[in-house]
Design a protein around this ligand. Structure first.
Ligand code: SAH
Length: 367
């Protein structure tokens, strides 16, 4: 049987354990400080805990259940980890450096059930939800890549998976990210990206509307969206926009709409005009993401001209627009790409091509 994780956000196992040994409750906070502030890599490093406590802690709790299977560093400072979970499954997470920002992009599931036709993460469907501890461990593994005087400043939940399909495990993990005795990152610096699941968006609005939400649209009408984002057949754009508007009302956070630009497919002027009409009247940011080629898939990166035209039309219609910069190109930073490239038997699907790591944190902060 595997040991309970010391990172369990619920913390009851540790409190009970300390209590049973006659230890003072403040030890729990002391251990958390070691994990989240001082980024201890082992119980042994927790030098202000008595040795008589460190050894039994290590015997009764696990600290790392994730193993780094591959670590790549891009010339622009982006670092990507391919991480192996205890059951041998693999996920990806990324650290991005941009000025003073230290943004991490984390995964919420192994694989993805949404089936967006251009995305590498969902090509094999979803395998399972990540546990809260596995989400927290990603944060800590990435934080440990920073020098001691630097802190993580932003989180985007835009790695592999659909975060709103795993809210029960995601929210406790994000609590550890925001809590002052956790990573202490402000809620407004944590963006959750969703394919657009109205009931789950409404649930998030109820449970905790402090996080900026990014909704992946990718098409301005249901006919096209049904083709690009198959789950749309069960939802439809109007229900998604209604849920987004509701989230905006409850949260007061400006919404972000993501739109992957696929050459010739959804990047034409008529798409831009239709999108502008669809979003009219909303306090929203449109985050345009030029498609990153995924080997084996037939889609194309949009031309520079197409991107410029698209931006112009949206801006003329009064929308705020941001084109996501490409970072970490050399390291397959787009979600799902590295995992596929490193999986035996999948090489044929692989390209060393590009990647777009998410940077909507920028958008989140201009709120
Ligand atoms: N399930 C969430 C998180 C997905 S990843 C969602 O759908 O929002 C974050 C963004 O990257 C999504 O908008 C997703 O559609 C987009 N994306 C996925 N694959 C991509 C690719 N190859 N090129 C560009 N953007 C991609």
């Amino acid at each position: 049987m595997s040991l309970p994780s010391i990172l369990d956000p619920n913390g009851q196992a540790l409190s009970a354990w300390l209590d049973q040994r006659g230890e003072r409750p403040y030890r729990a906070a002391q251990i958390r400080r070691w994990l989240f502030h001082r980024r201890a890599g082992s119980f042994d490093e927790m030098t202000d805990l008595p040795q008589a406590l460190r050894a039994p802690l290590a015997a009764d709790f696990s600290l790392w259940t994730l193993k780094t299977a591959h670590h790549s560093v891009a010339p622009d400072g982006a670092e990507k980890l391919l991480v192996e979970l205890r059951d041998g499954q693999r996920i990806e997470c990324v650290l991005l450096r941009d000025g003073h920002r230290r943004t991490i992009c984390i995964s919420s599931q192994v694989g993805c059930a949404m089936g967006c036709v251009f995305c590498a993460s969902g090509l094999d469907g979803v395998i399972r939800n990540l546990a809260s501890t596995e989400i927290i461990e990603q944060m800590l593994l990435l934080a440990r890549l920073l020098p001691p005087h630097e802190r993580l400043s932003h989180i985007v939940v835009m790695g592999m998976g659909e975060p709103l399909a795993n809210l029960d495990h995601l929210l406790p993990a994000l609590n550890a990210a925001t809590s002052p005795d956790g990573l202490g990152i402000g809620h407004r610096r944590i963006t959750i990206s969703t394919v657009g699941l109205p009931p789950a968006m409404n649930r998030l609005a109820e449970l905790d509307a402090r996080y900026p939400l990014a909704v992946s649209l990718h098409a301005p009408n249901d006919e096209l969206r049904n083709r690009l984002v198959p789950v749309n057949k069960n939802t439809g754009l109007s229900a998604i926009l209604a849920a987004a508007d509701h989230y905006f009302e409850v949260s007061g956070r400006r919404l972000t709409f993501e739109y992957v630009l696929l050459g010739q497919l959804n990047d034409q002027p008529e798409h831009a005009s239709e999108l502008a009409a669809l979003l009219r009247g909303r306090l929203a940011l449109v985050n345009l993401i030029p498609y990153n080629p995924v080997a084996g898939l037939p889609y194309q990166t949009p031309s520079r001209n197409a991107v410029r035209r698209f931006v112009d039309i949206l801006e003329t219609a009064g929308l705020n627009v941001q084109v996501r910069e490409r970072k970490g190109d050399e390291i397959d930073a787009a979600c799902g790409q590295l995992r596929r490239r490193r999986s035996p038997g999948l090489e044929s699907l692989v390209t060393l091509a590009s990647a777009t790591p998410p940077d909507p944190a920028k958008a989140a902060e201009t709120n």
